[in-house]
Design a protein around this ligand. Structure first.
Ligand code: M6R
Length: 616
């Protein structure tokens, strides 16, 4: 939540910052601003409410701009969407300019204390306290303002704040220096040729360099255009580890698609292939993972699995529960990360914890992981974002390799998570009861999946037509059984997120226990009907809806369902049950996308949401 970009180098900072903000806009789009050094050694401050495009509209190439600046795109937490609350915040004495991602929990106490000392505040944000506190502490250090004194003032201030922060800071008396700091909110340092950058994630940096340093919590970085140094908050020097970003800048571009969500839906065949490349062993009928850090013996000892995640990733976890239990017979629990971290769930000694997160930065998932590790459990992550905090802190993991996902509504990351969980089920199953023949069949199904997804995507035009007919309903029910129940939940979430239509997902048979009261000609149902032992039962649910004048869209892989049974029938290709959830998901993604489009919604930046939820 909130995106930070800082630049120091030879080029004009403003367009670089703007480009970075555009790349980070999915983290928040309530307002945006930047502070840029001028050649006359003053700092120009520009802020606008609304999207980054509003800020862009008032920024032109200015020869007076120098090569140093900081910028921010905001997802409001404390204080409304106003220019005063927009970052950068400037200290009352005009010394400290700062952008912040995170929440300062003790800001009110600190604010009261500074106000009693004559410090003035201009915004309602928690972030402004940081600017004023650093400036105040700087004033207490008599003498010339130098890199050392500003660093000291930052250090003293940060030891007094409670909460989380990713920060980029400039001081009006130090034109050639930037500072960054991180605790609980991501911050990456980009190391270029005679230039350095700071950003909340790699997408803002990739256009300038592919060399990055992932800062850890409680670290402070001092940057000049050709050098940087990192210390801990205890002033210990840190030896930096430079990593390389593996994806290309174009991967985070629209590439001719109207929206990132649509592009990412169409990215899925490639993303799925990336998820299984090098991980399948047809000869042994097994999948393999290099980074679990568990021996075969460790795997055999696991007697329970707890999966922890949020939102769409939690839905993937629920599908994982069905698949892992089916193939390996290991009991699985799935918990919301936000509950798990506070709940003190009783767990068995040999429990394996799996966290799932596209961004690898979701604060609840990260804290749940830390809580599990504190209790001594081995935690593995299924994570997309390479180098993210969850990926760096866990005990082992599986990278998704889905490429950057920019659309706020998760699509390709979800189906990649489903595929990885299917492969993990096969792996766990093969260390137990799953036979060689069954393993081989499942592995073959994984290999065939990208082609089946391509075929399913050919349904897009007909789904667009269905979306036009159904876009004006206010309520939807999504129904499915067994592993299709979480797919129903995901379908409902996608529709809610981007079209703002009320939608609920239910296990199909549960409908009779309450939700059936909602059924009328005004509330359509989307029923997922796999061609398996649940088919007849699902069709009974369809009949029950139609008996109450409810419209029905069936998504199925059966060719035997008469079209008269539904208002719309969407038939996807048949596949092995370990990958079937992926194929059933695609029509739901397309349906929500086209409904949102029909309603004129901002598909990639739906109201109130942000891609990566890094505050509690
Ligand atoms: O980055 P994560 O996978 O940890 O994110 C978890 C959720 O915030 C995320 O899946 C959210 O529900 C998406 N907007 C769903 O489309």
């Amino acid at each position: 939540m909130c995106g930070i970009v800082g630049y120091i180098g030879n080029d004009n900072a403003a367009p670089i910052l703007l480009n970075g903000l555009k790349r980070l806009e999915y983290r928040g789009y309530d307002s945006a601003g930047m502070a840029v050094w001028q050649k006359d050694r003053t700092i120009k401050l520009i802020k606008r409410t609304g999207k980054v495009s509003n800020l862009a509209a008032c920024i032109s190439i200015d020869k007076e701009d120098a090569g140093v600046g900081i910028s921010h795109t905001r997802w409001a937490t404390h204080g409304g969407v106003t220019e005063a609350n927009t970052h950068p915040h400037v200290s009352w004495d005009q010394q400290i300019h700062l952008v912040h991602n995170g929440v300062i929990e003790n800001y009110q106490t600190l604010k009261n204390s500074l106000e009693s000392k004559g410090v003035t505040f201009y915004s309602e944000t928690d972030s402004e306290i940081l600017a004023n506190l650093i400036a105040y502490n700087l004033q207490q250090l008599d003498g010339e303002i130098t890199t050392k004194t500003v660093y000291k003032a930052i250090l003293t201030s940060l030891t007094n704040v409670e909460g989380t922060y990713g920060l980029a800071i400039m001081c009006a008396s130090l034109p050639g220096t930037l500072f960054g700091a991180r605790k609980g909110s991501p911050l990456i340092l980009g190391v270029g040729k005679n230039e350095m950058m700071l950003a909340s994630d790699a997408s803002a940096i990739r256009a300038r360099t592919n060399e990055v340093v992932y800062l850890d919590d409680n670290q402070i970085v001092t940057l000049t255009e050709d050098n940087f140094s990192i210390t801990t908050i205890e002033e210990a020097e840190v030896v930096p580890e430079i990593s390389t970003i593996s994806w290309k800048d174009e991967d985070a571009e629209l590439q001719g698609f109207e929206h990132f969500m649509l592009k990412e839906i169409y990215d899925q065949p490639a993303a799925l292939e990336n998820a299984f490349r090098g991980r399948l062993d047809m000869g042994e009928g097994i999948s393999k993972f290099g980074g679990l850090n568990l021996s075969r013996q460790d795997i055999r000892r696991i007697d329970r699995i707890t999966i922890v995640a949020c939102g769409t990733a939690w839905h993937a976890g629920l599908v994982g529960e069905y698949l892992i239990e089916k193939y390996s017979r290991i009991p699985v629990e799935v918990e919301y990360a936000s509950e798990f971290r506070y709940r003190n769930t009783p767990m068995d000694k040999n429990t394996l914890v799996i966290v799932i997160s596209q961004s690898g930065e979701t604060i609840d998932t990260l804290e749940a992981q830390r809580e599990a590790q504190r209790k001594g459990y081995h935690v593995i992550g299924i994570v997309n974002n390479v180098g993210s905090t969850i990926a760096r802190e866990n005990d082992g993991g599986i990278y998704q390799h889905s490429g950057p996902e920019i659309g706020v509504a998760s699509t390709k990351a979800f189906t990649s998570q489903l595929l990885i969980l299917a492969m993990l089920s096969i792996y766990l199953g093969r260390t137990r009861d799953l036979s060689y023949t069954d393993g081989c069949q499942a592995i073959k199904a994984v290999m065939e999946l990208p082609n089946l997804v391509k075929q399913t995507l050919q349904l897009a035009d007909s789904i667009k037509g269905i979306a036009k007919k159904f876009a004006h309903y206010d309520d939807f029910l999504f129904l499915g059984r067994l592993e299709m129940f979480p797919i129903a939940l995901e379908g409902a979430l996608k529709l809610k997120e981007i079209s703002y239509i009320h939608a609920e997902g239910y296990p199909a048979a549960e409908m009779k226990h309450g939700p059936i009261a909602l059924i009328s000609e005004k509330c359509p149902s989307i029923v997922i009907v796999p061609d398996d032992e649940t088919l007849k039962k699902n069709l009974s649910s369809v009949q029950e809806v139609r008996a109450r004048n409810g419209k029905v869209i069936i998504i199925t892989d059966s060719n035997e369902i008469p079209s008269s049974l539904a208002d719309e029938l969407i038939i996807v290709p048949k596949a092995h049950d370990c990958v079937r959830p992926v194929l059933m998901t695609i029509p739901l993604q397309l349906l929500s996308y086209y409904i949102a489009l029909e309603l004129g919604r901002d598909v990639d930046k739906p109201r109130n949401l942000a891609k990566s939820v890094t505050v509690e």
